[in-house]
Design a protein around this ligand. Structure first.
Ligand code: XBP
Ligand code: MG
Length: 258
């Protein structure tokens, strides 16, 4: 039996609700700055979230609304430039402290550190977005809490492909059964499961209702003392909110299963 040795966290939607009021706003600022009359509403952005990765999302939008632009010879350079501007806006928003961690995240990270578990990140987003979020919320030492920050274009195929979790596991030098992934989306669950990882889901407004087949547990958040987490599927946390002891018990049950 593999003991739980590491937690591997997704970022967007799991560590923080970054999409609607963070990434979406930063994309719209980059579009306006470039003189484009593109605007992603909350609903439209929710539909565009079916692909992971910001450059991939711009390409999806073009394929839907401006397919002829995808044939322009400089389109890849323009997408890259737009995306770099979007990252600049997003990082500026983070440094203004506008995006907090979701309830229970800091507590779980601290519990895991105290218990000697290793922490890692496996995300589709750009590396500086991750370090910016961690610094803004945990202080300058925040990124150092994680042994591995696997992010963005370090692998060619983004979630739902398993590549980013495979990469994080290689860096951790641990087998998947010794780790637990924490995710918020169907693409994330598919990616973690394809890498052989057990996975717990914490949903949010954009991902609620997605198909989380294969997850050990699906909750509407981690919760906090006095702020219960609601179980959507799977086990209920012992004290009403998700603690490290719940994650350890759920992981044990999953890896012990024949
Ligand atoms: C996150 C994403 C990212 C962010 C934007 O998915 O899909 O694309 O929305 O990040 P996950 P970039 O939570 O599954 O990792 O613009 O930096 O790509
Ligand atoms: Mg996510």
């Amino acid at each position: 039996m593999d003991r739980l040795a590491a937690l591997i966290f997704d970022v967007d939607g799991t560590l923080a609700d970054t999409e609607r009021d963070g990434h979406r706003v930063a994309f719209n600022r980059a579009f306006a700055e470039a003189g484009l009359d593109w605007f992603w509403s909350e609903d439209r952005y929710g539909r565009l979230l079916r692909v992971t990765g910001g450059k991939e999302r711009i390409r999806l939008y073009l394929s839907e609304d401006w397919p002829e632009r995808l044939a322009e010879p400089d389109i890849e350079d323009r997408i890259k430039a737009l995306h770099a501007a979007k990252t600049r806006h997003y990082v500026a928003m983070l440094s203004e402290g506008t995006i907090p961690l979701r309830p229970g995240v800091r507590r779980l990270l601290q519990e895991a550190r105290r218990a000697g578990l290793r922490l890692a990140i496996a995300t589709t987003t750009t590396p500086e977005n991750v370090t910016g979020l961690l610094r803004a919320n945990l202080g300058d030492a925040g990124p150092g809490w994680f042994d591995v920050i696997a992010a963005g274009d370090v692998v060619p195929a983004k979630k739902p492909a398993p590549d980013i979790f495979d990469y994080a596991l290689r860096q951790l030098d641990l087998p998947p059964a010794a780790c637990l992934a924490l995710e918020d989306s169907e693409n994330g669950v598919r990616s973690a499961r394809a890498a052989g990882l057990p996975v717990v889901v914490t949903t949010n407004a954009y991902t609620r209702g997605e198909d989380f087949t294969g997850a050990l547990a699906v909750l509407d958040g981690f919760g906090e003392p006095g702020v219960p987490a609601r179980t959507v599927a799977g086990p209920v946390p012992a004290d009403g909110y998700v603690g490290l002891s719940d994650l350890q018990a759920w992981h044990r049950a999953a890896v012990d299963r024949p």
